[in-house]
Write a protein that binds this ligand. Structure first.
Ligand code: SF4
Length: 93
């Protein structure tokens, strides 16, 4: 039986770096259209918009770069790769 995307993602491992957030939000951003795009685009659903307030948790990031392409310098203050040995460890491609 073929594995679903969720099943495959569930096989990945994440090495969270408590001392370094590799993606930071621009707290000054008020561009709600762009914020909504980022919320919808992140495949790991790490961006949340509740009561008009954006929150984000970099743990679980797939490092796909979608949010950087969409909103680097707008919704995002910075986007970098995690430090060596940290971040996602893909196990099912
Ligand atoms: S890099 Fe990809 S997975 Fe990580 S926060 Fe951005 S859109 Fe989500």
């Amino acid at each position: 039986m073929a594995m679903s995307i969720d099943d495959k993602l569930g096989c990945d491992r994440f090495h969270a770096d408590d001392n370094y957030a590799h993606i930071e939000l621009n707290e000054e951003c008020r561009d709600m259209d762009m914020i909504k795009r980022v919320v919808m685009a992140c495949p790991a659903q790490l961006y949340r918009l509740e009561d008009g307030k954006l929150s984000f948790n970099y743990e679980g990031c797939l490092e796909c770069g979608t949010c950087r392409v969409l909103a680097g310098g707008n919704v995002l203050k910075s986007w970098n790769h995690p430090m060596g040995g940290m971040g996602v460890e893909f196990r099912m491609g």
